[in-house]
Design a binder for this molecule. Sequence first.
Ligand SMILES: [Zn+2]
Length: 209
Amino acid sequence: MTTLKRGSRGSEVKTLQSKLNLLADGIFGPLTEEAVREFQKSKGLTVDGVVGARTWAALGITPGKRNVDEIILHCTATPEGEEFSNAQIKQSHIARGFSDIGYHYVIGLNGEVRPGRAEAIAGAHCTGHNTRSIGVCYVGGCPVRTTPDWNKKSKDTRTPAQEAALVKLVKELRGRYPGATVHGHNEFANKACPSFNVKTWLTQVGIKQ
Ligand SMILES: [Zn+2]
């Protein structure tokens, strides 16, 4: 978690405010600071109004400690073989009104796992499931750009490196969140995302729900 203080803004401020039972407007102003000071005093912490690692921990927030019981897989819905950066994803998510990139992890074409939002923060990737899940997205999910109406078609475009990285990441996440079930976005919304059947795939790669 980031260190927050007067003037900070964003989703982590909202998390802090909801923990302190304040109006979660995402803006760290005087009232938030006062509540932080009171909280710090009540916990015997240094009373400085700054939310660092100790205050976060006292609030019960440490990375990986959110109540997660679902891992939800997505695709970027971009053409096969084309890279799509976290910055591009963030830009498209901000354009849709989110405060930050909506996913916790993005897997690039070469299998690189690129961190997005902190695990301790609820994502913005699956309506009705964000507070309880981790969102993982691979780059791709549509046929090559030369395909007519490529963006209306879905295709499992995962490269071997992406698939291997996905298996590894899902296993790691399930180690951190024991009992979490793995799903495709299409199980919760009328979408093709992530362009493959997650249940079938889990069986194929030997991951038991
Ligand atoms: Zn999705």
